[in-house]
Design a protein. Structure first.
Length: 412
C-alpha cells in the first residue's frame, strides 16, 4: 500500500513500526509467530528490503553486489508477513496524545506541498536505528559511510573499476573490519584514528597494540594518534586528506592531559570512508515526549522495552538500557520477542539484557570480548604469550565485568 491510499484521517490502527532494518523486521517476525492477524504497518524511508547489515563490512572482498545481500525485497517480505509496507515514507511527527503519526512520501510529485497523511496506532515500535556521525572536518558530500545498503552499493560501484587508494577515518570495529575487507579486494588502505591503536575506546593498550601490529603486518597503513582536519577535492578528482599527529600536553594547573595538533601532513586518495561513530536522531523522540539521551539514544524500561511515553517501545541501535547504547545484532531476537509479548498482552518474564560476545571479523587476528569492555579500568592479565593474550576487567568489587581474548591467526 502506498501513502496516497491512506485517507487524511486514516482509521488504520494496530501496531506501527518505524524502521525496516534488522530490528524492525525482527519485531514483525516475533509478532507474526504469535498473532497472524493483528494489523501491522511498517514505515520506512527506504525500500524496506531485508538484508543482514553486518555483512556490509565483508562484502567487497567477496565480490558480492548489494542485490546478493538482499534476502527478500521489502514488497515480497511485507506480502509474506501480511504487513502494510509504506516504503520511501518518512514520519515527520508523533502525536502521542492522539496516537497518530504524520507521514510524507518521497514518491509524491511535490511532497513539500501536499497534505500529510496520518496513521493511527494502538502500539508504536521505534526501530529507528542510528546514523553515522560526520565531524565538521569530514564533508558529507566527499566522504562515504558503510551503514546502509544503498550507500554500500554506490561505493562498491566506484571501487569496481580497479585498485584504488582508500582512507578510512576511525579505527573502531567497523573501520578496522572495512580496512581488511578493502585490502583483500586489492585496494591500498590507510586507516586513521585519534587513538594510538585500533579499538582503543574498547580495550586496554596491551590488547590494542597487538591488533595494530596485526593489521599493519597485512599491509594496511595505520596512522594512530592523528586528527583529520580537512578533506578536499583536487583538480583531478582525487581527494586530499589533511591530518596531524597529536602530542600530549600536560596541564599542571589541573593535572589533566590534553592534546595539541602538530604539523599538518596530507595524503592523496581516491575515496574516504568515515567510521567515526553513530548517533540517534532525537527529533521524533522529542516530538513524542520520549526520554532521550543525546549520546546513547532512547531510554527504555529494561524488562519491557517500553519508553516512558505510553504505548511506545524502542528496539535496537536507537535505544539504551541503564545508560548504555544497545548497538549489537545478537540481542535483537530476544528484544523483539519481549516487545511482541508485551504489545499482544501475553505474560512474559521480561527482557534481560545480556551483553553479547563481541567478535572482530578480521582474519589477521582473532579478537573476542565479553561483558561491557572499556579501555579504562582495572585490567588484569591472565595469559600473555606470543600466540594468545587473555585479560579481565575487574569492577570495584573485584568481580569480572569484561574479558578479552586475542589470538594469533592459525597457520596452515
Amino acid at each position: 500500500m502506498s501513502i496516497e491510499n491512506l485517507a487524511a484521517s486514516s482509521t488504520v490502527s494496530g501496531i506501527a513500526i518505524i524502521g525496516a532494518g534488522l530490528a524492525g523486521w525482527h519485531v514483525i517476525d516475533a509478532i507474526r509467530a504469535k498473532d497472524k492477524d493483528i494489523p501491522i504497518t511498517l514505515i520506512t524511508a527506504d525500500s524496506g528490503d531485508r538484508y543482514h547489515k553486518p555483512m556490509l563490512t565483508m562484502a567487497i572482498s567477496q565480490n558480492k553486489q548489494a542485490a546478493d545481500l538482499v534476502r527478500a525485497t521489502g514488497e515480497d517480505a511485507a506480502a509474506a508477513a501480511g504487513v502494510t509496507l509504506l516504503a520511501y515514507t518518512s514520519v515527520t511527527d508523533i502525536d502521542a496524545a492522539t496516537q497518530q503519526l504524520q507521514l510524507i512520501s518521497a514518491l509524491r510529485s511535490d511532497p513539500a506541498n501536499t497534505n500529510y497523511a496520518t496513521v493511527r496506532y494502538d502500539k508504536l515500535v521505534l526501530a529507528l536505528g542510528a546514523h553515522p556521525i560526520f565531524p565538521k572536518s569530514l564533508p558529507q558530500e566527499l566522504v562515504w559511510h558503510v551503514n546502509h545498503i544503498e550507500r554500500f552499493a554506490q561505493l562498491q560501484a566506484q571501487l569496481a573499476t580497479g585498485a584504488q587508494r582508500v582512507a578510512i577515518i576511525g579505527a573502531g570495529m567497523v573501520g578496522t573490519e572495512i580496512a581488511e575487507d578493502l585490502l583483500k579486494a586489492g585496494h591500498e588502505v590507510t586507516l586513521i584514528d585519534l587513538n594510538n591503536a585500533p579499538l582503543s575506546q574498547m580495550l586496554p593498550a596491551q590488547a590494542t597494540a597487538r591488533i595494530a601490529k596485526a593489521i599493519e603486518s597485512q599491509g594496511i597503513r595505520f596512522l594512530g594518534g592523528c586528527l583529520v582536519s580537512d578533506v578536499t577535492r583536487n583538480d583531478d578528482s582525487s581527494l586530499q586528506v589533511s591530518y596531524a599527529p597529536l602530542k600530549p600536553v600536560n596541564d599542571d594547573s589541573n593535572n589533566s592531559a590534553e592534546n595539541e595538533v602538530t604539523e599538518i601532513t596530507t595524503i592523496t586518495v581516491d575515496h574516504v570512508i568515515a567510521s567515526t561513530g553513530l548517533t540517534v536522531d532525537g527529533k521524533l523522540p522529542a516530538a513524542a515526549g520520549i526520554e532521550f539521551d543525546s549520546r546513547t539514544g532512547i531510554v527504555v524500561d529494561a524488562p519491557t522495552l517500553r519508553t516512558k511515553t505510553a504505548h511506545i517501545y524502542a528496539i535496537g541501535d536507537c535505544m539504551s538500557i541503564n545508560g548504555v547504547a544497545c548497538r549489537y545484532v545478537a540481542p535483537l531476537r530476544a528484544q523483539a520477542a519481549t516487545i511482541a509479548d508485551d504489545v499482544l498482552g501475553i505474560d512474559h518474564e521480561g527482557y534481560e539484557h545480556k551483553p553479547p560476545m563481541i567478535r572482530l571479523k578480521n582474519k589477521a587476528i582473532s579478537v573476542m570480548a565479553t561483558g561491557v569492555p572499556r579501555a579504562e579500568g582495572n585490567w588484569q592479565v591472565k595469559t600473555d604469550s606470543a600466540d594468545e593474550l587473555v585479560m579481565e576487567l575487574l569492577d570495584e568489587q573485584e568481580a569480572v565485568s569484561a574479558t578479552v581474548t586475542i589470538k594469533a591467526p592459525a597457520t596452515v
